[in-house]
Design a protein around this ligand. Sequence first.
Ligand SMILES: Nc1nc2c(ncn2[C@@H]2O[C@H](COP(=O)(O)OP(=O)(O)O)[C@@H](O)[C@H]2O)c(=O)[nH]1
Ligand SMILES: [Mg+2]
Length: 471
Amino acid sequence: MLFKASVGLCIFKKILRARLNTTSLYFLRTFHIGEMAKSKFEYVRHFETENKCLLNCWIVVRVDGKGFHKFSEAHKFERPNDKRGLDLMARAAASVFEDLNEVCFGFGHSDEFSFVFKKTSQVYNRRHEKLLSLVTSKFSSAYVFYWRDYFGDEVKLLYPPSFDGRVVLYPTDQNLRDYLSWRQADVHVNNLYNTVFWALVLKKGLSNKEAEEKLCGTLSSDKNEILFSEFNINYNNEPEQFKKGTSLVRKVVKQKGKKPRMVAVPLHCDIINDKFWKENPEILECDTAGEIEVQEGKMTVLYVTPRDWWGAQAPDKAIEPTKLPVKNVFFTYTKGRYGFSEQFCRDELRKLQEKHMSREAGDIIYNFAIGGSGKTYECRGWAVSPKLGKRYKQLSNQSIFIAYMGIFKGTMPTIKMMRAGDWLVKLGIRRGFIDTKFVQYHITATGYEGYTSQKFDLATEDSEKCFDVTL
Ligand SMILES: Nc1nc2c(ncn2[C@@H]2O[C@H](COP(=O)(O)OP(=O)(O)O)[C@@H](O)[C@H]2O)c(=O)[nH]1
Ligand SMILES: [Mg+2]
């Protein structure tokens, strides 16, 4: 029957071909195949099953890096903790928060991250596969997407990492808290072991096997003692991020005169004791996110717009990498127009890039540019040498060059611009691109003849003083 029908159709098509143009034939063919699929194949849909997560339970999705022992070695992660890797994990986790509003809490360390969906959540009908695949794929792609922001161009991603994922349901609040406590206790146990292990290997020259043997059967107190007596390390003083992992909480940021915004806030604190749960009651109460006030001048969220987004051309010359962490931060002005809007900044940056490339600079000469609204744009980025003027040329591969967009003769950049500059420097320090003791230069609008410099130590100085320089 089917055979006959298709022979008949062939003849029909032949006749039609003589009369119709090819476009009409195309429609005929698609329609025909579509119809067949509907009648003959559609039944396979009934093989699909749906697994729904039990109502009233906390849904936890945990992702874990596949073969990260090898991955961290291949990418020369610092041992035992690589802050860049941990920050990147937190950034990837924040992307999951951005995508899935019903995720109310996250906790992670090393190569794993757990995401907690509200127990009342109805998102995607609580479909197990949907939640698992969305979290895992968003996390993995964000890890790759933001890699360069944390590792710069120096550490290239050698191959695509992957993460496995699982869903676990916890019926009571206590079960959920115990699960999270288990993960945080694990961080502590592993981190203490790893800190001593790598101290023995890297500082004492023991082989991996010797270090393992030395630690076999030791208690926490013994490990603390080894650290203290042999390496003068007080484990309590190790960074909280390494000892406590990263917790992500969802908060509403309220700023005067601005629409409230949702953000994922990373915390490095104890989540085993009650204190954390009392301070963040909205998590267990399945309430809307808690609020945080952002005071003027205390803004901590800085988003750097990637260069592709303003339409940058690829450099037309090889450019030297910088020696990280850089020792100098140069602030300057584009000596071009001043404007607020994103469109204006994009056009202006493209023009500047063209101008600089026509002068054989290979690319726009700055590492970053800051527009009138304080929006920050990636130019050469963190890891590539800027092109400094003659006077400072020899410092190029040890410097970051930041440009405020505009001229500012006799005026200052806006407070928002300066604050963005300040935060960019802090970000650079936090990520290890800028030395904590850096020298800051301010190059005046009238040219390269005037400058001021000062030593600036984040550990002791108030960051707001960063701009106490005379222009
Ligand atoms: N050096 C270093 N290694 C890390 C870091 N984070 C994760 N890792 C590695 O990733 C592994 C993660 O553990 P696990 O998931 O059990 O191993 P996997 O099966 O190889 O992914 C650790 O054992 C480390 O070898 C880090 O910050 N620095
Ligand atoms: Mg793993």
